[in-house]
Write a protein that binds this ligand. Structure first.
Ligand code: N01
Length: 546
């Protein structure tokens, strides 16, 4: 057996969370190691290299705020960056702060066990290496375990199989190929227009149609970036006080004030206050995005259905073949149930001659064959099959790490009926183990970079507090996590996220057998941050310190 490496803090993952944790804990003078399955940094942006992958949070906000020097030196080429640019940024951060010397790549953690006698965590890797640490920080990401549905005959398919969330680093040649893609969530919607351009023929296997709106395609203007740089201190502060962790900062020096006509066209608060003619006119002038601006669409089922129907009419006007348009119209759920999807040319893609849409809700996939996909009513010949079937979100990576806490309690057992955690930061029975953007925190409902920094800073302060007070362990009281999970559920009720017709990965509904629990905290980042700070200020109220 190889030598046991002993550190103060073991970090699992070297995406943005693991990277910042490495930097932050090192700055405390602690001995740190991060263990990463990939060959390099970047997490989500390392694995999701599929054509069309990009972020839908503006890059000037979806970037680290801990270093003014970093803010000054980095140029973003687009307002909403594509995956290669975000990965370049991750690499730049790793170089600039010399992070790689404390990261072990090609290293997957296969077990995380609490050693009760010496109050340390023991992490075992796929190579049989062992790391022991006083603290363990799971920076494993919310969307990092790809979901690959098991179709009968999957092993028989002789063509190339890819998953958007595990896209190869090497270029994939799709020219003249018959390509199939399963899934029309954010990943599928981003990939499909690009795949249609690259492939000989593209067959889209759609189970649930999607409400998607055009993404912002603007190049970054140097003057806008400069204005952000001048105001970053204030902008980072504004992020801290916003429900979504975005500042809403509007450059005034570098962007012309919008004309009065455009302002007059902006959506009023409630869609129900408009006549059908006014709604149609608004969409005609401003596009489908305008429907996302109405408050009542997210709180009132009747308003929601009005917006859904206006949206469906929009799809009917964008897609030339009326039968195809009808299949693209979502009817089983409403706007606001799932993560809002943004696209570039999605609906227009279905007007192309080399694209076929297959409704696998009407005729489900029966099996894969050596040559393609068999549905209940036809066979589709393919050279390449792409899964854009999402992730075992929020709990997937934590459960996959095989974490066992005090008294041999497996996290899998503790979470059998759904994730039970305090603030999405810690679990009772797992002392000194922290989760970054864990279930019960705002995470996926806000700017992830802001959420990550807040969690890592909170954990670092907590570790500092323990040391300053000669304490060795912290874990939540059982009642605290029950109360918090109750609160997380309570605030999600009455929103479109939890209507009975809604089946999203937020609810675990995309994974067969996963408990139906709304996992992220919908109460807003700012409120959540304040709560975390209050708890820390009250000597970690609700936690048990020892
Ligand atoms: O995954 P999804 P995703 N047979 O779960 C279908 C973030 N993200 O990777 O809805 C047939 O949303 C499934 O159908 P259905 C973002 O937070 C962000 O696309 O279950 N189809 C659905 O259509 C996002 O929400 C960005 O009926 C099957 C699709 O696969 C999250 O990641 C970009 C199936 C999965 O959609 C996940 O998005 C990309 C089966 N057996 C991702 N199983 C941006 O920032 C599943 N499907 C822009």
């Amino acid at each position: 057996m190889s030598e046991v490496k002993k550190v103060d803090i073991a970090i699992v993952g070297a995406g943005f969370a693991g990277m910042y944790a490495t930097h932050r804990f090192r700055a405390l003078g602690l001995n740190v190691v991060a263990l990463e399955a990939g060959t390099d940094v970047g997490g989500t942006w390392y694995w999701n290299r599929y054509p069309g992958a990009r972020c839908d949070v503006p890059s000037l906000e979806y970037s680290f705020g801990f270093s003014p020097e970093l803010e000054k030196e980095w140029d973003w080429p687009e307002v909403f960056s594509a995956q290669p640019d975000i990965l370049r940024y991750a690499n730049h951060v790793a170089d600039r702060f010399d992070l790689r010397r404390d990261i072990r790549f090609n290293t997957r953690v296969v077990a995380v066990d609490y050693q009760q006698a010496d109050k340390r965590w023991r992490l075992t890797t796929d190579a049989g290496e062992v790391v022991e640490a006083r603290f363990c920080v799971m920076a494993t990401g919310c969307l990092s375990v790809p979901n690959k549905p098991e179709f009968p005959g999957a092993d028989d398919f002789a063509g190339t199989v890819l998953h958007t969330g595990l896209w190869p680093k090497e270029p994939v040649d799709l020219s003249n190929k018959r390509v199939g893609v399963i899934g029309t969530g954010s990943s599928g919607v981003q990939a499909i227009p690009e795949l249609a351009r690259l492939a000989g023929h593209l067959t889209v296997f759609q189970r649930s149609p999607v409400y998607t709106v055009p993404a912002n395609r603007k190049r970054m203007r140097a003057a806008v970036q400069e204005e952000f740089r001048e105001n970053y201190t204030e902008i980072r502060q504004m992020q801290q006080n916003n429900a979504g962790g975005v500042s809403g900062f509007r450059p005034v020096k570098s962007v012309a004030v919008r004309s009065p006509t455009v302002l007059a066209d902006r959506a009023p608060n409630d869609i129900l206050r408009l006549t059908p003619e006014q709604r149609a006119k608004l969409v005609e002038r401003q596009g489908l995005n305008v429907l996302l601006g109405f408050r009542d669409v997210y709180t009132d089922v009747a308003a929601n259905e009005v917006a859904n129907e206006v949206f469906r009419d929009g799809i009917r006007s964008l897609v030339k073949d009326p039968q195809v348009a009808e299949v693209l119209c979502p009817v089983d759920y409403g706007l606001g149930c799932k993560r809002q999807v943004l696209d570039r040319d999605y609906y227009d893609t279905f007007n192309r001659d080399n694209v076929t849409l297959v409704d696998v809700k009407a005729a489900p996939i029966e099996s894969l064959t050596a040559t393609g996909v068999q549905t209940t009513d036809a066979h589709y010949n393919l050279d390449v099959l792409i899964y854009a079937t999402g992730f075992d979100a929020m709990t997937g990576a934590l459960l996959k790490a095989n974490i066992t806490g005090r008294d041999g309690l497996a996290l899998k057992t503790k979470w059998e009926h759904g994730p039970l955690a305090y603030l999405g930061l810690q679990m009772h029975g797992f002392p000194n183990l922290f989760t970054v953007t864990g279930p019960g925190s705002p995470s996926v409902l806000c700017n992830m970079l802001v959420a990550i920094e807040q969690h890592v800073n909170w954990i670092a302060d907590c570790v500092g507090y323990l040391d300053a007070n000669s304490l060795s362990t912290i874990e939540p009281l059982p009642a605290s996590e029950l109360d918090w999970v109750g609160h997380v559920n309570e605030v999600a009720q009455g929103t479109m996220y939890t209507t009975p017709s809604c089946n999203s990965w937020y609810l675990g509904a995309n994974i067969p057998g996963k408990p139906r629990i709304f996992m992220p905290y919908v109460g807003g980042y700012a409120k959540y941050r304040v709560r975390c700070e209050q708890i820390a200020a009250k000597d970690y109220e609700g936690f048990q310190l020892g």
